[in-house]
Design a binder for this molecule. Structure first.
Ligand code: GTP
Ligand code: MG
Length: 236
């Protein structure tokens, strides 16, 4: 007797065969269909982990906005890395481009970006999230205290979270980038410029971009100080 899981995958395999195998009368090898299924299953896991973390963040934001009337989170974005980017990164790392290799070698297949109003909110959100006993910190890079050469600022966390499926529990990794609205504004624009940049003035542009990042950082700090002043005044 096949298990429910086996019946389900057999049915999925048949459906995929209909879809891809019918192409010009050719049949796709069963092995390829299996790999497609494995890939799809892995992406479901990453999508589930994103949902778990997003929910945790939304709950924290709801709780705090009702008690303090201030939202530590402005918005949350998420994405699953695309197959061609996954393959490209595995190649760069000299690792096999195979489904089994993905979870072992990459930490950023599931990515969440948390946009906060003020710098302090970033560290508050980090603390509240890492305090939860099912969230395990794998790595942390503070590009706010130590900005990148480009001027880039954000707090990067890689966390592992258990996700419960019908047959078992799995620990899934998610990369979380936490930044202010202003840092996000700079990163989005810089990303657009960088990828279109084949101009001879690369050096000059890079230095101008760094200058913009520094100006933005000073503004973030000023806004933070302003909020602090207003809060202290209200408490008095
Ligand atoms: P990757 O192989 O790029 O993932 O490097 P890494 O594992 O060392 O991660 P890192 O901490 O450098 O962060 C990588 C991610 O941060 C990128 O995918 C971007 O989303 C973001 N990032 C890092 N540096 C920059 C930058 O200079 N500009 C912008 N716009 N984004 C950056
Ligand atoms: Mg990355």
């Amino acid at each position: 007797m096949p298990t429910t899981y086996e019946t389900k995958t057999t049915r999925q395999r048949e459906a995929l065969k209909d879809f891809f195998g019918g192409f010009e009368g050719e049949q796709l090898p069963a092995e390829l269909l299996d790999r497609l299924l494995q890939y799809e299953e892995l992406m479901i896991k990453y999508r589930s982990a994103i949902r778990e973390i997003t929910t945790k963040l939304e709950i924290l934001n709801d709780e705090l906005s009702s008690s303090t009337k201030q939202n530590p989170i402005e918005s949350i974005q998420s994405r699953i890395k695309r197959p061609q980017s996954i393959a490209g990164k595995l190649k760069r790392l000299n690792q096999p481009v195979a489904v089994e290799s993905i979870a072992r070698n990459l930490n950023d297949v599931a990515g969440i970006r948390v946009i906060c109003p003020f710098i302090n909110d970033i560290y508050a959100v980090e603390k509240m999230l890492l305090q939860q006993d099912d969230v395990r910190l794998i790595s942390r890079k503070d590009y706010i205290r130590s900005p990148k050469e480009s001027g880039y600022r954000s707090l990067h966390l890689v966390v592992e979270i258990p996700v419960f499926f019908s047959m078992r529990k799995e620990n899934i990794r998610v990369e979380i980038q936490i930044r202010t609205v202003a840092m996000n504004f700079w990163a989005s624009l810089e990303h657009q410029i960088r990828y279109k940049n084949d101009s001879p003035q690369v050096q000059e542009i890079a230095s101008d971009l760094r200058e913009c990042a520094d100006t933005i950082a000073r503004t973030d700090e000023k806004m933070q100080a302003l909020r602090q002043r207003i809060l202290t005044h209200t408490e008095e």
